[in-house]
Design a protein around this ligand. Sequence first.
Ligand SMILES: Cc1ncc(COP(=O)(O)O)c(C=O)c1O
Length: 459
Amino acid sequence: MTYQNYSLKQLQQIDAAHHLHPFTDHKEMRETGSRIITHANGPFIYDSEGTEILDGMAGLWCVNVGYGRDELADAAYAQMKELPYYNSFFKCSTPTPVLLAKKLAEIAPKHINQVFYGSSGSEANDTALRLVRHYWVLEGRPEKNRIISRKMGYHGSTIAGASLGGMDLMHKQLGGAVPNIVHVMMPYAYELALPGESDHDFGLRAAKAVEDAILEAGADKVAAFIGEPVMGAGGVKIPPMSYWPEVQRICRKYDVLLMLDEVITGYGRTGEWFAAQAFDVEPDTITTAKALTSGYQPLSALLVGDRIAATLVEKGGEFYHGYTYAGHPVACAVALKNLEIIEREGLVERVRNDTGPYFARALQERLGGHDLVGEVRSFGLMGAIEIVKDKATKERFLPAGSAAVLVRDHAVAQGMMLRATGDTMILSPPLIWTRETIDIGCDRIARALDLAEADLHKR
Ligand SMILES: Cc1ncc(COP(=O)(O)O)c(C=O)c1O
């Protein structure tokens, strides 16, 4: 029996009775019911009532090539028939992860040539954490095991991912985080820059927080610094261009490894294959997932730089770590085809030269002047809209986050899916968006802002 035999109401009832959702208040959801998305095509998703919604979030920052790609389904089908699964433990391999690793080494920054697979971004960050600590043990410096991360960073939802991340609400529910991880300030100029401080200077000051944390611990105790090049789930926080080169300089000065979490920014979103290239830094690890398969299969790839890889190989000894589905042949077949599509359609260049700059202008010109909008910002095809009560003072509506949720709900009703995080609306559309799609999206958001403003005035 397929889902078409069920009414929306029935599906919602079954969902409520049996399905625990991620990041959800289940009491609240049982009162409202879930929205059931049944199919999708190109940039649009459709719910069980047939409502068409423009997907401004590419699923969850992942469907970069858009929905309905037969080629990806065909790649999965062919691989499933030939070899649905075999592991990459015990000196075995299958062809597709091998070929994908070669492809990833080609598109990654030059000094990165190795790949460790998993199924999710969280898993890849667990691998990254264990790998950098293992590296320093192999180097004979086991005391160098502290990791510096950032407040409001998001690195996943496993215990290691949540510990690396800087989300207080997640930490509170952990009941004990992975030890020796500290969090420093984020490069979020809109709220944290001092009056009169230039963007450049703010970037250097935010980077200095990393140096201060290294000095406080002692450089001989610090293994690595980890950060998202552009913070995603924390609110599309775009650092000043001075930030990453300065963080890299500091890491090199104190012999601290640099780990980038590109689970969102990887595979074209910033107008480069990786944001490391956009910010011109050479990290020791790059965590990737999501758009590696455009979300058509669960797959992550931790890209490992030559420095760490050389030590692993030269010193030898087993790295006691790995997942059953590491290098899953079907997921890797889909990833290979997905990267081929991104390349063939020139999606990375399109974001860099056309849709990225157009998106920035459209957000600014069509939404930036709205009374509810304190700031719009974007980097490639990631965008944010700050919702404020007062543009001049940056005062927010109370309770915190409520106005953004109102805008989001109106936007969805207008046929536009975007996300509210705190008082920030965030956007991360599929890379297939054209100028025309950007215009449609902005029109719908503008209408949502007007409707939300009217509601807020009635309060
Ligand atoms: C930057 C970043 N790292 C890690 C993760 C975790 O990935 P996953 O949900 O696939 O475990 C996410 C998910 O949104 C992310 O945005």
